[in-house]
Design a protein around this ligand. Sequence first.
Ligand SMILES: [Zn+2]
Ligand SMILES: [Zn+2]
Length: 344
Amino acid sequence: MAKAKQRELHRKRQAYLETLTANYKQRLGERLAGSRKIFQNRVVAVDLHSHSIYSDGQSTVAENAERAKLVGLDLIFATDHYTIRQKRSAAPLPNATWGEESDTAGFHLGLLQPKRVHKSKPGEQLVDGLARGLRHADFVWLAHPVGFNGPTRELQERILQQSDPVDELAMEVLNGFNVIDRAYYRTGLWGAQMFDRLLCAGKKVTPLGASDCHSMVEIGNSWTGVLNATRSPASVIKSLRAGQCFATEAPLLDWSVNGKVMGSTLRPRKGTTLRFHLRAADSAGLAWVRIISQGKIIKEIWAKGEPLVEATLSRKARGSAAYFRVECAAVDDRRAFATPIYIA
Ligand SMILES: [Zn+2]
Ligand SMILES: [Zn+2]
């Protein structure tokens, strides 16, 4: 085949792939717009973790921000590796701001709007790394704590070993690196297990979702829904710090116990009634909603494809420390994980 003809074919294939993914992402955006109408509670949809040409990403901050808009997200943080130079590219964009991806104790560490570049420190323990990160930024989290290119057993054991002196942390349960469609089956299944293992060990854990995109095609595969916030980065960071968020591949989630929002700690006397109120929505339809406590499913609601599930249920406080959390799946199995509510 002549070289010119081959180049033309290649260009056409590339254009076709671009169109396919853009169409697919547009449908995700329409689905989210539909879910928002059903859900009614205000959700700020955020991609906390994205890469651009300022590090090893293949797209510009502006291209990522444009794609985020297409999938229905409100805000994207440009978290390039070990740099905050992308801040200047994000500044003129209404839906983008800066962050950074650094590392500590062998884990990748995400930082939102760090005041200066956070550098790793050899030999540092996780507890010190998180504290040092918080001196540079108001919100830090562990990116892909179980691995990003498939989970690794070594990282899973390391996080458990190093988490001993850590009381609370935020981490990506859903990381979308290298996938167009879903994050759950790549690392999210193991992320969710780690979430429960850390919670069972008595930690407070805020679950996050992010695309970790290195090209535009990953954007929208998973993200974080932020509650009780406006679209401003400062307001989003405040809600994230309070744990008022959920990690998701599409469904929207909110819940409370005795009127206390997710992330709260309750100190009820033994025998006190705990009243759970939960809401989940997905315009594509929901399959189930579960309440999980101490690593066990204590209640499953079969949603039968309904786009909205709203339920109230009661349980007596047992007088011992526990966590409760809510997760759900849509009819196409896209998942969402809400921040727990803790019983002290
Ligand atoms: Zn990373
Ligand atoms: Zn990354």
